[in-house]
Design a protein around this ligand. Structure first.
Ligand code: PLP
Ligand code: MN
Length: 380
């Protein structure tokens, strides 16, 4: 009796492989395989047609199963934003990872060196002190790492400000042991979500001018700069044909979250919604109001509230709390019933994935798999 009490109650899984969507417990994050696979192909084909490598950003999904599918389709490798984030991907067999970020601190550098012994790893630098520390940390473990100098192309985040600074860092990398200068990272996050296609293109053009100025400085200094990596889902259509980028880092394209769906895509590219939140109506306090069993602990909302997957549903999200989402229906007829399952599109994929241990993978109404989101929470 005593021992039985100590055992507790096993937590049943939210979904069963071979089961149906209607039986998935909620809240759950779900991936529509048909749309997801089409999105993967769309971006891969775009990159290949333009002779540019695709290195999808894994911070969007933090899921090795997804990364392995991107690589199987032809992706060069992946990007991670954090060193610890890369750990489950290396464990899953990913052998080419770019840390698209500056890494500062002894513990992180030691972990980075361990990863660099198991996979081809590259990292960004924007300061001589950090480059010295990187070289030293790699040396301690007899590891070697490729280095990209990050340049600030207008985002006003990390990155060197001038071509002279970039040249100095590249030369330093050439002198220091265990680090190899391979090129530049130029990423502009702000322009990805400019709604108008035209405005986005104009911003991309400005960015390209900045990169070209850096590249001509490298050419004059006779320092080869084989890689120029950057770009995101919103700029990819322009970046691939720029003759400047050799590699595209788009991350969100497999999913098409609510924020990206608000972009004007023109005829440039089109991605389908593949990522959904599944919730259940747990209360119907008025004829027009329904409350769903899912809140900020299941979806991010800093890029807008989740929206109905079915645009003609006749209801929308009014507000979101920790564990509730409040739906407002146009009339009593369109209000979902108590117990009904609802499908929502999250506003922003990256932080939403980070809230879930796993994603339920569905084709039509069938559950095909449950994939762990292994890098979830790994922000060190
Ligand atoms: N590269 C870097 C450095 C990023 O920070 C991001 C996203 O924030 C991406 C690529 C991927 O961009 P997106 O998810 O918009 O495709
Ligand atoms: Mn994002």
């Amino acid at each position: 009796e005593e021992q039985k009490r100590a055992e507790g109650v096993p937590l049943p899984p939210a979904a069963r492989v071979g089961g149906v969507v209607a039986d998935i417990d909620t809240p759950s994050l779900i991936l529509d395989l048909d749309a997801f696979e089409e999105n993967l192909r769309t971006m891969q084909v775009l990159a290949e047609r333009n002779g540019v490598a695709l290195r999808p950003h894994a911070k969007a999904h933090k899921c090795p199963e997804i990364a392995l599918r991107q690589i199987a389709l032809g992706a060069q490798g992946i990007c991670c934003q954090k060193v610890s984030e890369a750990v489950p991907f290396v464990a899953a067999g990913v052998r080419d990872i770019h840390i698209s970020n500056e890494v500062v601190g002894a513990a992180k550098l030691a972990l980075l060196a361990r990863l660099a012994r198991q996979a081809r790893v590259s990292v960004c630098v924007d300061h001589a002190q950090a480059l010295h520390a990187l070289s030293g940390a790699m040396g301690v473990q007899s590891a070697s790492i490729a280095v990209l100098v990050e340049i600030d192309v207008g985002q006003k985040r990390c990155g060197v400000q001038t071509p002279d600074e970039a040249l100095a860092l590249a030369r330093l990398a050439q002198q220091l042991p265990n680090v190899e200068f391979v090129g530049l990272q130029a990423y502009h996050g702000g322009l990805q979500h400019k709604r108008s296609l035209d405005q986005r293109k104009k911003s991309c053009d400005k960015t390209l001018q900045v990169i070209r100025a850096f590249l001509s400085a490298f050419e004059q200094a006779a320092i080869p700069c084989p890689i120029v990596t950057g770009g995101g889902t919103g700029s990819a259509a322009f970046d691939v044909g720029s003759k400047v980028f050799t590699e595209i880092q788009a991350g969100s394209y497999p999913f098409m979250d609510g924020d990206y769906a608000s972009n004007d895509w023109g005829h440039a590219l089109s991605f389908k919604h593949s990522l959904f939140l599944l919730g259940t109506v747990m209360s119907t306090p008025t004829a027009e109001r329904a409350i769903v069993d899912m809140g900020l602990k299941s979806t991010s909302a800093e890029s807008g509230l989740p929206q109905p997957a079915d645009a003609s549903s006749g209801w929308s999200c009014l507000a979101i709390n920790d564990e509730h989402t409040i739906l407002q229906a146009a009339n009593a007829k369109s209000r979902p019933a108590l117990g009904a399952q609802v499908r929502l599109i999250p506003g922003h994929c990256d932080p939403t994935f980070n809230l879930h241990d796993s994603i339920v993978v569905v084709r039509g109404q069938q559950v095909e798999a449950v994939w762990p989101i292994s890098a979830r929470g790994l922000s060190r």
